[in-house]
Design a protein around this ligand. Structure first.
Ligand code: AMP
Ligand code: GLY
Length: 418
């Protein structure tokens, strides 16, 4: 039986823990804050920093491998440390994780290996360069991105989050002042889709496609969040993504995996998450992540029919097996505290999960006190409905989301246009 170290404490890691458990492994879960859902599934838990890996409390001898859920520990080099201690990781090295942790790195890499998947962009270090890009593209077509990690909340799109040239320049210059560097991109128009892949350094295997909803409010309005929900279809594809689109997305992933080492001196292994947009000018990359998506992990891992343990072992061995998934549709509704993602978010309020709920409930940013579940300021519960069709899965997920009591809210239109 594999003994597996799982790092992280969100709903994504709860989904990872559940899939690992189904494959019969022993789980040691290390979390910044105790996640009651993971605690129920894991064999052992420890609480402490997931970033300061020198303080990991467990004996690393006898651990067969580690699965790293979130990006922050990767940015801090946890996988390099664990591997140096003899614990192989289902995750990229710190250097390879730059595909997510530095948007400038990701754009430059694509520029070398697959330029047609990049939008027009500029990596700028001065107001002068900002003005040049505005002249070239038109200020009303600019997207502003910080270089580092921002939990999905730092990207601002003209016409959505920035409404005047003044606002655009104010935001870009504040980022320049703080970080010295800003990524500017041409605003792409189209529909997004997520392709997650298992990668063993050479080979990759894609998972069912997922549509993710990043905006805070119905109708895809409001600020970007970590995501408010997602769906996948029983066919593992999406209506608006045809075979040719998927071929291109897979070709982009294949090329990145194959040429990664030449570009960064490290191989890429673990999970590669590609956020793509289907535009009138073809398939473009919005971003890469170095880990499962949250909530996309819930969509795909809840229908993984192969042993997740075997998939992880094959990633580590560099001999990837092709995983299989059930032909179910999934809809994930993220239940968040009132006010999320604003400053006046309601935290430390109790929520009640009706025991009659039949959907899978993945615990996110919540904690347990005296037998009750409390919100923090972030996404609280992922309600994952499964069904023969998206409509079935959606009905089930919403029926159960309605049964969550507390000062919470959720989007009402996830998978609504299907
Ligand atoms: P990111 O963190 O880079 O995934 O950006 C968050 C969200 O901002 C994406 O899911 C898109 O909806 C939007 N976005 C990012 N880059 C662009 C772009 N170049 N054009 C249009 N929308 C974008
Ligand atoms: N669902 C978006 C992310 O995980 O980054």
């Amino acid at each position: 039986m594999s003994r597996v170290l799982l790092i992280g404490n969100g709903a994504r890691e709860h989904a990872i823990a559940s899939a690992l458990k189904r494959s019969g492994v022993e789980i040691l879960a290390h979390m910044d804050r105790l996640n009651p859902g993971i605690a129920e599934v894991a064999d052992e838990t420890s609480i402490g920093s997931t970033i300061d890996y020198t303080k990991l409390p467990m004996d690393l001898r006898g651990i067969d491998y580690a699965v790293i859920g979130p990006e922050l520990p990767l940015e801090h080099g946890i996988s390099d440390f664990l591997e140096s201690q003899g614990v192989p990781c289902v995750a990229p090295s710190q250097a390879a994780a730059k595909i997510e942790t530095s948007k400038a790195f990701a754009r430059r890499m694509l520029e070398k290996v697959y330029p047609s998947a990049n939008p027009e962009y500029a990596i700028i270090r001065s107001v002068h360069a900002l003005r040049e890009f505005e002249e070239k593209i038109g200020f009303e077509r600019v997207v502003v991105k910080p270089d580092g990690l921002t939990g999905g909340k730092g990207v601002k799109v003209f016409g959505e989050h920035l409404n005047t040239r003044r606002e655009l320049e104010k935001y870009a210059t504040s980022l320049l002042a703080n970080h010295g560097i800003v990524i500017l991109e041409e605003k792409l128009e189209g529909t997004e889709f997520t392709v997650q892949a298992f990668v063993d350094g050479k080979n990759f295997a894609t998972m069912p496609l997922v549509r993710d909803y990043k905006r805070a409010h119905d109708g895809d309005t409001g600020p970007n969040t970590g995501s408010m929900g997602s769906y996948s279809r029983e066919t593992h594809t999406l209506d608006y993504v045809d075979d040719r689109d998927m071929e291109i997305a897979e070709d982009i992933i294949a090329t990145v995996v194959k040429r990664f080492k030449r570009f960064s001196s490290k191989i890429y292994k673990g999970i590669l998450y590609g956020q793509f947009m289907k535009t009138s000018e073809g398939i473009k990359v919005i971003e890469f992540n170095a880990r499962f998506g949250d909530p996309e992990a819930m969509n795909v891992l809840s229908i993984l029919s192969s042993s997740f343990d075997e998939v992880c072992l094959s990633i580590i061995d560099g001999n990837l097996t092709t995983p299989e998934f059930d032909s179910d549709a999934t809809v994930c509704i993220y239940v968040v505290p009132e006010g999320y993602p604003g400053k006046d978010v309601v935290s430390d309020w109790p929520i009640e999960v009706d025991p009659g709920i039949t959907s899978e409930v993945y615990y996110g940013s919540v904690y347990e006190k005296e037998g009750k579940i409390f919100t923090t300021g972030s996404r609280a519960l992922g309600i994952l409905g499964k069904g023969a069709t998206v409509a079935d899965a959606r009905d089930r997920a919403y029926e159960d989301a309605h049964k969550i009591r507390g000062r919470i809210r959720y989007r009402k239109d996830i998978a609504g246009e299907v």
